[in-house]
Structure formats: structure tokens, C-alpha cells
Design a protein around this ligand. Structure first.
Ligand code: ADP
Ligand code: ZN
Ligand code: ZN
Length: 714
């Protein structure tokens, strides 16, 4: 190694839990810079994570330095170190998860410029014969200008903009940093909203986590908007994390009406869009970023607040690769940057409520709905002795007819898509199962198919039983399609909209349908949890929950919490305007303690019961939990690997292990899945997991991973 070279420690994208030293030319590339390095017999792009004064080994040299400035900001390099330690995940893979795909391949960081559309002062021409252009023009005039990226995010037609440009009604302007637009709120805040805003605004220069616990329709978003306005006025940026299915054009529109420009980051974005948004956040061009889970790892020049909306939502947890929780990462980043974090929900997770109880989070409450709308009344329909038509009880059907006759809308919630979950031979009990997964195939109509909801496989349904050859086949249970069919027969003149992941591939179509629903005429919505979030459905006065039991009775320890959250969230769609709402919950198990607590005392009554149960069982949040998962073509090999893992973890008697046991879906896409549960107090558990990661036991043909704070444990 020559005197002139420096030693850099590089995070390389390989599943190895350490950094690698390389010789680099002086001046050494800074922490956060990308370097191309030789690794094994290949070359790869890594990120400098540290420097060393010297090394005893003769080192391989960096092939080329891609950035002379930090590409990944120092606070993200620090966050990567924390993620690697907390999730026991290889540092190089953490860093590569943070980088957009183009950056991982070494694409140069170019100077970014945003395009802004502004209305011209010219007198408005006659746009009567171009309604789309008129709409876009009016919108732009109301906003005073908007970013190209933002207009695209809300689906404003580019063709209309270009046509308006030709008519000299709008013009394009290139902007380096977006101007901080803060339009006035149309609402006078309620006393509770004002108090929440003041409490959060008082912590803008410090670390504080606020749990905004506000019933559905209480105006949480207005609180976020007002806090973000303060942050923007101080010249800083804001990050808003939302659940996967809540990032709709409506959500973006609410923010862009107030702030003119908002950027988005979500799973459907292309590599180029992602890279662009990432750089513009990093360089301070974008002021407000709304994104799903991965946006928690986005870089910012001057972040001033992080909002996590619907903080209880499971989609914030990644289960593949780096198993991070975006909510927990948000809290950690807030601490690292000394900025406030706002966790909002009508149904806060038990974990966050427990943090509030321990005074780690500050709880702010919004107890009343905006405009005096009342919360709906809950009723359980005992269906043990009821004659069900495709899952609908007579009591439920009467209620639906009554609400429609009164000119109102009805929402029917069933968390299962397809027509029927089981196809069964009534003679020999044969069932249609996936050849590659240990699950039943779901029967779908239009097109008529048996589909696997786990691996995506599908096939045509058999006419006769393939096992006993002449048995009749029967469809058991109901999904959204079957319920829709039953409702169509009974209400042929009422529009029925089905919303599930089979129908909503097109966000635009969903938006158009919801617009129709907003017009207010009687209608029925049938849908899965996609309907439970974010949408305002002021005409809905009846919410029907077809099946409360599957959630409350599921094996996973968190299942009751999730079931209660879903019911409360879907119920929150009802009675938003001046019409009071009603919620009917069908159950075969009406005496279930969880369900009764929820009905009688509401979500917080339920949580009190659930908290006691978790404390008694020593489950999270009263202990820390991790899963070790193993996958293999051979079940015994997966099991054997986990038996070794259990031995390593059990070296600390304070760590309890359960398993190895087959995962809930024991085989998926031809891979056997086994798991080992480890439970203990957090520091001890993490030390044991670190020991496991260091030992790195290997069994041929088995891949394994650690999942810290898993959301599905059983
Ligand atoms: P949440 O997120 O708590 O469910 P939202 O923030 O979506 O509630 O608010 C519900 C509705 O009430 C929205 O249409 C919002 O514009 C409106 N709203 C919020 N705050 C006020 C207020 N102070 N005065 C009048 N309307 C408000
Ligand atoms: Zn048969
Ligand atoms: Zn399958």
C-alpha cells in the first residue's frame, strides 16, 4: 500500500455482516460516497461508511470513486448502521435497500431541476368546448402554480397542459428549489385540533414523539397540515408516511391543495421517477414527500417533521429483505435529527399506546368528530341459527333494504376476495388445493378460475371431482364476488361497486367510482380492507361486517388487535355527514370477549382487555419478539437449521424459544417454510440474536433470516 493512499471502509451489497477495507486515492472519498470496488471475482458499487488510518493487510484498491461529495447523506449512513444492528441485517444490504435502483448501479447524481406549471396573466380564453383543459386551468389558477410531478401524481392530463401552453394560458418554469407554498386552511380548527397543533409545534426544535389518537373523522389530517405549514415556514421539509393502499390521488390532492407542491414515492413508481424524487428530496428541492413504507428511508436536506398516518397499519412493516418497520424507523430518525414525529390513528397500536403510557410518547386526543357528526352505533347479529344466503343473514338483508329505501348508501365489508374460498367434493371431501403451496385455491368468476392467493398460480376449475370422478363439486364460503352476486339479485336497480385488489388495479377507475358514490344516490359498496382506509363516504349510513370471527379467532397473537382495528376503521366510514350511522357485525361467536369489549366500550375498551391478555401471556409489547425463518425445498433441512439456531439462542436462559414449527403457510411456491420464535427482554434478546448472526449456521440448501418485531408470528 503506497503512502499516498487512504483506507476506506466500504459497505458492499453482499449478505455479509461487516464492512470491507479498500485502499483509496487521496483525498479519500467522504463517508456516503459511492465507490466501485472489486469483490470476490466481480466488481460492485459500495458506499463508504468510514475511514481508517491504516491496515495491516495489503488491500485491494478502489477501482473508481463515483462521488466526490457524500451521495448518501451522513445521517442516512448513521441510520444504516442502526438498522443493521437492530435488525441483525448485513450492512451492505441495508445500504443498498436505501438506494434507488439506479443509484445502486452507479448512475451519476445530476443536478436536479423541477418543472413548474404556472397560469399566465392573460385573460382566460373560451374553454367551454374543452372541459378537461378548463378544469386543469381552473385548478392551476386556484393553486397559483404546481409542479409537474405533483400534477402527474393527481392524474392531471399532460395533454391538457400542453394544449393550454399552446394557447398561452399556462407556462413552464424551471425551478431549483420549490417555493414553499402555504395556502390558508379553509377550516377554523376545533379547540382539540388547535391544542394538538400547539403541542406539536412547541417541539419543532426537539425530539418528541406525539401519538395523535383521534377518532375517525376527527380532523387528524388538518392537524398534520397545520404542523407541516409551520415546518415549511421555517424553511424545512416534511415527510408523510401513509399505508400502501391509502396513497391515492385524493390523499395527494389534500396535501397539494395546501402546499402546492408535494412529491410522492411509492411501490408503483418507475426507477427513473424514484431516483428523481430521491435526489430532489436529498437536495431540498421537494418540500413535502408523501410516501409508503420505503419513503421512511429517503434522504432529506433539512427534514423538520415526520408524520406517520394510520400508524397501526401492517403495511409499514417490511417482511422480505430488510425487515424494518417504517413507523419505528420514523421514530428513530426523529430522535437522530431532533425533530418531532407525529403518529396518528383512530386505532393506535397497543405498542404505541404502551409507549404513551410509559411517557415515551406524548398522547394527544381528538375525541369528537368534525362538524358534530356522531359515531355509528354497533350491533352484533348472532348468525348461529340464521339462514344465510351466500353469507348474508335475514337481519342484515332487512337492514340493507331499509337504509337503501331511506335514500342512503350501504357498505358491505368482507375481507376475502374472489367468489368462494373452497371448492369441495360433496362426496369424497376432495378440495382444490395449490400444487405448490399448502393452501386452498380460491374460486373466482370473471374469469372463471381457481387461483392461489399466495403464489399467483391459476387453473380452470374441474367440472367433476378429479378424485372420485363423479362427485358433485360445491363452493363453500363467500368472498366479495359472491356477496356482490347475492346483492345484485336482491337490488337489481341499485348501483353496486366492488372494491378489492381484483378490481382496483386501476386507481383511476376506483377514483371514478368513488366520485359516483360521492354524488350521494343510494348505492352499495362491497369490498375488502381496501375500503376501510382513507376514503370519505359521507352518504354511507350502514356498514355491514360480514364475518368478524375469522379475525378474532385467528391463531396469531396480534390477530384480535388487527380485527378490532379493521372493524373500527371500516365503521368509521359511516355516519360522517349529518346522518347517523349504524354498524352491523355478523358473528357465529357473539359472546367472544374481544368482540363484546369492542361493542360495549369501543376501541380503547377493547385495548384494555387485550393489554391485560398480552401482559398475562408475556407477549409484546411486554416482551420483545423475533422470528427466525428458514426456507428450503427440504422440510427436514429447514427444521434442522432452526434446531441449531434454537441451541444458539438458548445459550442465554433469559431468551425463550418456541419451535421450530412449520409456518402458518407451511409451503409456498414449492419452498417449505419453518420458523422459530424467540422471546425475551429486548437487550438480552438482541444479544442472543447477534450471537446467532455471528455464528451464521449454515445447512445446505436452506436460506434463513431474522425478523425482529415480526407482525405475523403464528
Ligand atoms: P381523520 O383523518 O381524523 O379521519 P380528516 O382530517 O379526514 O379526519 O377530517 C374529516 C373531514 O373534516 C375532512 O373533510 C376535513 O376537511 C374536515 N375538517 C377537518 N378539520 C375541520 C375543521 N376544523 N372544520 C371543518 N372541517 C374540518
Ligand atoms: Zn370426490
Ligand atoms: Zn400457490
Amino acid at each position: 500500500m503506497s503512502e499516498e493512499s487512504a483506507v476506506v471502509q466500504v459497505a458492499v451489497p453482499r449478505p455479509l455482516r461487516r464492512l470491507f477495507d479498500y485502499a483509496a486515492p487521496r483525498p479519500a472519498p467522504p463517508v456516503g460516497a459511492r465507490v466501485r470496488v472489486p469483490f470476490a471475482s466481480a466488481r460492485t458499487v459500495g458506499v463508504v461508511a468510514g475511514h481508517k488510518s491504516g491496515s495491516r493487510h495489503s488491500l485491494k484498491a478502489v477501482l473508481n470513486v463515483l462521488d466526490t461529495e457524500p451521495f448518501l447523506p451522513p445521517d442516512l449512513v448513521e441510520l444504516a448502521g442502526w438498522l443493521a444492528a437492530y435488525y441483525h441485517h448485513p450492512i451492505g444490504e441495508v445500504v443498498s435497500t436505501m438506494l434507488p435502483a439506479k443509484a445502486r448501479r452507479g448512475a451519476p447524481a445530476r443536478q436536479v431541476q423541477a418543472t413548474m406549471w404556472r397560469p399566465c396573466d392573460a385573460a382566460p380564453a373560451d374553454l367551454a368546448r374543452a372541459p378537461r383543459q378548463r378544469e386543469v386551468h381552473e385548478r392551476l389558477r386556484a393553486l397559483g402554480g404546481a409542479l409537474d410531478s405533483e400534477l402527474r401524481a393527481v392524474g392531471l392530463a399532460r395533454r391538457a397542459l400542453v394544449a393550454l401552453e399552446a394557447k398561452r394560458l399556462v407556462r413552464r418554469v424551471a425551478v431549483a428549489a420549490e417555493p414553499a407554498v402555504v395556502n390558508a386552511s379553509p377550516h377554523e380548527p376545533s379547540a382539540e385540533q388547535a391544542a394538538a397543533v400547539a403541542a406539536i409545534a412547541a417541539t419543532l426544535n426537539g425530539r418528541a414523539v406525539h401519538l395523535l389518537d383521534g377518532v375517525t373523522g376527527s380532523g387528524k389530517t388538518e392537524v398534520y397540515l397545520r404542523v407541516i405549514a409551520e415546518v415549511l415556514r421555517a424553511g424545512r421539509q416534511a415527510l408523510v408516511l401513509v399505508p400502501e393502499i391509502a396513497l391515492t390521488p385524493q390523499t395527494v390532492a389534500r396535501f397539494s391543495e395546501r402546499f402546492g407542491a408535494v412529491a410522492t414515492l411509492h411501490s408503483a413508481a418507475t426507477d427513473a421517477q424514484r431516483f428523481d424524487a430521491w435526489l430532489k428530496c436529498r437536495d431540498g428541492t421537494h418540500r413535502v414527500l408523501i410516501g409508503t413504507r420505503s419513503a421512511a428511508l429517503a434522504p432529506f436536506a433539512a427534514l423538520g417533521v415526520i408524520v406517520v398516518d394510520e400508524e397501526h397499519d401492517g403495511s409499514f412493516k417490511q417482511t422480505e429483505g430488510l425487515p424494518y418497520s417504517a413507523r419505528d424507523v420514523a421514530v428513530k430518525r426523529g430522535q437522530m435529527l431532533s425533530i418531532p414525529v407525529v403518529l396518528g390513528s383512530a386505532t393506535p397500536s397497543l405498542a404505541s399506546l404502551e409507549n404513551a403510557r410509559a411517557k415515551r410518547y406524548r398522547r394527544l386526543r381528538l375525541t369528537a368528530r368534525v362538524g358534530g357528526a356522531t359515531l355509528p352505533a354497533f350491533h352484533v347479529v348472532d348468525i348461529r341459527a340464521a339462514r344465510l344466503d351466500r353469507g348474508l343473514s335475514p337481519a342484515l338483508q332487512d337492514a340493507i333494504a331499509k337504509h337503501l329505501a331511506a335514500g342512503n348508501q350501504v357498505l358491505v365489508f368482507i375481507n376475502r376476495r374472489g367468489y368462494a374460498p373452497v371448492l369441495l367434493c360433496s362426496r369424497c371431501a376432495w378440495r382444490a388445493r395449490c400444487a405448490r403451496c399448502d393452501v386452498h385455491l380460491t374460486f373466482h368468476t370473471s374469469p372463471r378460475q381457481l387461483r392461489c392467493h399466495h403464489c399467483g398460480a391459476w387453473r380452470a376449475p374441474p367440472q367433476r371431482c378429479p378424485s372420485c370422478v363423479d362427485g358433485e363439486l360445491a363452493l363453500v364460503g363467500s368472498g366479495t364476488q359472491r356477496v356482490e352476486e347475492a346483492l345484485r339479485e336482491r337490488h337489481p336497480d341499485t348501483p353496486i361497486y366492488r372494491v378489492d385488489s381484483d378490481t382496483t388495479r386501476s386507481v383511476r377507475r376506483l377514483a371514478a367510482e368513488l366520485d359516483a358514490v360521492h354524488a350521494g344516490a343510494p348505492a352499495i359498496l362491497v369490498g375488502t380492507q381496501m375500503l376501510a382506509k382513507g376514503h370519505h363516504l359521507p352518504g354511507v349510513t350502514l356498514v355491514a361486517v360480514m364475518d368478524a370471527d375469522s379475525g378474532f379467532l385467528a391463531a396469531d397473537f396480534r390477530a384480535p388487535e388487527r380485527a378490532a382495528q379493521l372493524i373500527v376503521q371500516v365503521a368509521g366510514r359511516a355516519g360522517r355527514a349529518q346522518r347517523p350511522g349504524e354498524v352491523l357485525i355478523q358473528s357465529f361467536d357473539p359472546d367472544n370477549a374481544n368482540l363484546r369489549a369492542l361493542i360495549r366500550f369501543g376501541y380503547h375498551g377493547f385495548i384494555a382487555t387485550e393489554r391485560a391478555a398480552r401482559a398475562a401471556a408475556g407477549m409484546p409489547p411486554f416482551a420483545a419478539l423475533a422470528l427466525v425463518r428458514a426456507r428450503s425445498k427440504s422440510a427436514p433441512a429447514a427444521q434442522a437449521m432452526l434446531a441449531q439456531a434454537a441451541d444458539i439462542l438458548a445459550q442465554d436462559e433469559a431468551v425463550e424459544t418456541l419451535g421450530p414449527a412449520p409456518a402458518p403457510v407451511a409451503r409456498r411456491a414449492d419452498l417449505h417454510r419453518w420458523q422459530l420464535l424467540a422471546l425475551g427482554r429486548r437487550p438480552r434478546l438482541h444479544r442472543a440474536l447477534a450471537r446467532l448472526a455471528d455464528t451464521d449456521p449454515q445447512v445446505p440448501a436452506v436460506s434463513w433470516a431474522i425478523d425482529v418485531d415480526p407482525i405475523d408470528a403464528l
